[in-house]
Ligand binder design. Structure first.
Ligand SMILES: C[S@@+](CC[C@H](N)C(=O)[O-])C[C@H]1O[C@@H](n2cnc3c(N)ncnc32)[C@H](O)[C@@H]1O
Length: 347
């Protein structure tokens, strides 16, 4: 599961940003996309209007109405004391106990299944949102109303991306704005994005860069970027975005081999989670001292608290988090924004 929001769940009108990503869905989407791509099929599909995705947001509320155990015990004891013993009992235990036990069994099995399918329910984030503050929370709307200054074409791209079922992979708009502000603060000229999608954040960074600035935008799937490209152009910054369609490790290696180590100011890592450590190490070599790397999804909707053995994406992020807190090459701040973003400052 990705901490995600139902597509079409728009409590704040069409301006509500798409929920950001939760990578199990991403991974599922990617693997589906890859197999579809391998079969020569178009992997970009528009949502059917009005049709909601099956997803965690649709999980019925838990609550098999079991009475508290103490009450059940009291009732059982009362029954035992007052009921005459039947001549030929159908059950070797009182019926209430048998029914109660069966209900407990059902509740336990349901809990296990729900926990497997929707781990966030077990890990304390009862709302299946990617964001720390749920996107249906009035506080989220308040944050946007009182901080978001979004370029009109950036907003257009966000709303366009949000129309697609995979649009929830898009970075959170408040987080994109923070990164753009950092880019301006450090007067960045060269930046990298690992994982572009339609380029919401690539566009946000391009808008923050000077006219001779450059975004090296790495993705394996050009179909997403094709949706965003006309808007990069409309915003007049397409000349700053250098899209490289191939595995990001390959692009980063090419930059290193081309003598561009220590020449970048900023990097944003937001692609396949299993490769995050590799992306981090390569980006660390590519950015200058004083440069910044932003690493997305570091909280994985709370699942980093107890990564499942079979959830390699969360395991990978958790290991990187453990490494970063001790990494003497950098200073860091882990920020509970979006799905958690760690800012890494190269020393
Ligand atoms: C979460 S989305 C990126 C969102 C984007 N940063 C934004 O501004 O909204 C992840 C992207 O990573 C890309 N991706 C996945 N594996 C990749 C790889 N090995 N190399 C490059 N890109 C990859 C996917 O195609 C997808 O577009």
């Amino acid at each position: 599961m990705r901490c995600s929001q139902k597509t079409g769940h728009r409590p704040f009108s069409t301006d509500t940003p798409s929920d950001t990503r939760f990578t199990r869905e991403k991974t599922q989407h990617l693997s589906t996309s890859r197999s579809r791509a391998a079969r020569g099929m178009n992997v970009i599909q528009k949502p059917r209007p009005g049709r909601e995705e099956a997803g965690p947001g649709r999980l019925a509320p838990r609550g098999g109405q079991l009475r508290p155990t103490s009450l059940r015990r009291g009732r059982t004891a009362q029954l035992a004391a007052t009921s005459p013993r039947p001549e030929m009992p159908l059950f070797s235990v009182p019926k209430e106990v048998a029914v109660g036990t069966a209900m407990l069994g059902v509740a336990f099995a349901t809990g296990l299944l729900a926990g497997k399918r929707y781990p966030s329910l077990l890990f304390g984030t009862s709302k299946p949102h990617k964001s720390i503050i749920g996107k249906s929370s009035p506080l989220w709307q308040y944050i946007l109303d009182h901080s978001l200054r979004e370029h009109p074409i950036l907003k257009k791209l966000r709303l366009l991306t949000a129309e697609y079922p995979w649009g929830k992979m898009m970075v959170s708009c408040d987080q994109a704005q923070l990164m753009a502000n950092l880019i301006k603060l450090i007067k960045a000229k060269k930046v990298i994005e690992v994982g572009v999608l339609t380029g919401y954040n690539a566009l946000s960074m391009a808008l923050a860069l000077p006219d001779n600035g450059r975004v090296i935008a790495c993705d394996i799937n050009e179909d997403y970027a094709k949706i965003g490209k006309p808007l990069w152009k409309e915003a007049g910054v397409d000349h700053k975005i250098d899209l490289r369609i191939k595995p990001a490790t390959q692009t980063l290696d090419e930059l290193l081999a081309g003598g561009e180590a220590e020449t970048f100011d900023f990097a944003f890592i937001d692609a396949d989670k299993e490769s995050y450590n590799e992306y981090y190490e390569k980006c660390l070599r590519l950015i200058k001292k004083g440069g910044i790397i932003a690493i997305d999804n570091v909280l994985r909707c709370g699942m980093v608290l107890k990564p499942r053995k079979d959830d390699l994406a969360t395991q990978s992020i958790h290991h990187l988090n453990e490494k970063l807190v001790r990494d003497a090459r950098v200073n860091i701040s882990m920020i509970p924004m979006g799905d958690g973003v760690t800012l890494v400052f190269k020393l």
